[in-house]
Design a protein around this ligand. Structure first.
Ligand SMILES: [Fe+2]
Length: 466
């Protein structure tokens, strides 16, 4: 594929009259506001680490800053990366970095100033505006892989499947074969295709990404999702085992691939295996909300399968903060914190801490406009439904989940992650004795998963109601 002609990819200080600093170019020919090649090299290593989850991108960005303290882009990208963690603490750090680097950022190139503008929007909690700002960068500089990555991750947090697919599609014609980091663009495209339901194309794109760069966990993950969505749980488990060296060791994204491994095990009703996966790989990883979300989801699914996970839930719920400002930052996290409380079966804790989570969802204070919308439209209704479930009000829980589930993509996550809502709806319907509703919902699994042991178990449960 030929790179499209784009004069802007090597725009220089002539375009950016406010830029006092001389420019080099990065590995893709983009002008950068430093004359230090060592700083540029550290930034390239940071991009590689951000995209691959191997290595420490924050340390690499700090090293770039150390080489040229007057160059703002590494600090701006550090803020952007912290923001993509989707939680309050790192966002505070990002806000401080952006404030401290504002003067230097104003002396950057036009593209670098645009990055600072986008990061500021994300830091203010306006994730739509941030994605628009990163997109504006991509229109001018389609080889800006950091803008693509940040927008891609916030597309994920916003449940914007269309742009998960289209953003990589829009820039890909500019990426010539052999251009450094091109494989990661294919990996992002693969995930966007999968979340948009184009499973065969997604698998092809993911495998193409891995042909360029085998150690691309995001591409491994995209193909893993294809197996999940197609009900190919044995193939999926084999896939993860066969690519183990590419994602599992010393990789910052490994926890989430273990989440998928546990899903494959549960689809096969290998609950012992899933529990072992949780104990070995998810229970120890609770520093980030992203990790706690996955651990919580695996335990909840095991609980729905009748496995006693109360003691594990009791340990896990203590890793969640249920108070503002951690609560009220991102509705997707808040719901999982509440599920952890519910899973522990501690009614008193659910009533006290659960109330503070519900309050945070009613009046989210620490996120921003995007989270306020998510909380009102999705997070709060779902949290109330899970509270009903935890309190044994099965019909209310089923009704609440049914009402909200179809718009739940609005608070982000993947189809595979949000399947938790459907499984909980099934459980509530069965416990409510509502055979018609349970069958009705279970039929959704038939096109891809009619023959799996997990579907057979639900059929048995529903059959017993008759
Ligand atoms: Fe996933």
């Amino acid at each position: 594929m030929d790179a499209a002609v784009d004069d802007d990819t090597t725009s220089t200080t002539s375009r950016t009259s406010r830029t006092a600093r001389p420019c080099r170019t990065d590995a893709r020919g983009l002008a950068v506001g430093t004359r230090s090649q060592a700083a540029v090299d550290h930034l390239e290593a940071a991009l590689q680490a951000m995209l691959s989850y191997f290595g420490d991108p924050l340390a690499a960005l700090d090293a770039a800053t150390a080489e040229d303290p007057g160059w703002a882009l590494p600090t701006t990208l550090k803020a952007g990366l912290l923001l993509t963690m989707g939680e309050h603490g790192p966002t505070l750090q990002a806000r401080q970095l952006l404030r401290g680097g504002a003067e230097a950022a104003a002396r950057g190139t036009e593209r670098e100033r645009a990055h600072a503008h986008a990061a500021a929007a994300a830091a203010a909690g306006d994730w739509e505006a941030a994605c628009d700002a990163w997109e504006a960068i991509l229109v001018r500089w389609p080889l800006d892989v950091a803008a693509l990555l940040f927008a891609h991750l916030f597309d994920f947090y916003r449940g914007d499947a269309l742009n998960l697919k289209r953003r990589p599609q829009r820039v890909l014609p500019h990426w010539a074969d052999g251009l450094p980091l091109r494989g990661f663009v294919l990996g992002m495209l693969a995930f966007g295709l999968e979340e948009s339901g184009h499973h065969a194309q997604a698998e092809d794109a993911g495998r193409a990404a891995l042909a360029v760069n085998p150690r691309d966990p995001w591409a491994v993950h995209a193909v893993t999702h294809v197996f999940e969505m197609q009900g190919r749980h044995h193939d999926g488990a084999r896939w993860l085992r066969s690519r183990h060296a590419d994602w599992a060791v010393d990789n910052g994204f490994a926890f989430h691939q273990w989440f998928h491994a546990a899903l494959f095990q549960m689809e096969a009703l290998d609950t012992e295996g899933a529990l072992a996966t949780y104990d070995a790989h998810l229970a120890p990883a609770t520093d980030m909300a992203l990790q706690r979300v996955d651990g919580t989801a695996v335990l909840w699914r095991l609980k729905l399968l009748g496995v006693d996970v109360a003691s594990r839930f009791d340990a896990l719920r203590r890793t969640w903060s249920t108070q503002a400002p951690d609560a009220g930052f991102y509705a997707f996290n808040d719901l999982h914190a509440l599920i952890a409380l519910a899973g522990a079966g501690d009614v008193a804790a659910l009533q006290s801490a659960g109330d503070s989570l519900l309050d945070a969802l009613r009046s989210p204070a620490s996120g921003g406009p995007t989270n306020r919308r998510m909380s009102a439209e999705v997070g709060l209704p779902l949290a109330l439904a899970f509270t009903d479930h935890a309190s044994g009000r099965w019909s209310d829980a089923a009704r609440g989940l049914l009402r909200c589930r179809d718009r739940a993509h609005g608070f982000g996550g993947s189809h595979a992650q949000r399947d938790l809502l459907t499984l909980t709806l099934l459980d509530a319907a069965v416990r409510a004795g509502d055979r018609a509703l349970a069958r009705h919902v279970l039929h959704e699994r038939f096109p891809a998963k009619a023959g799996t042991p997990l579907t057979a178990l639900w059929l048995q449960r529903i059959g017993r109601l008759a």
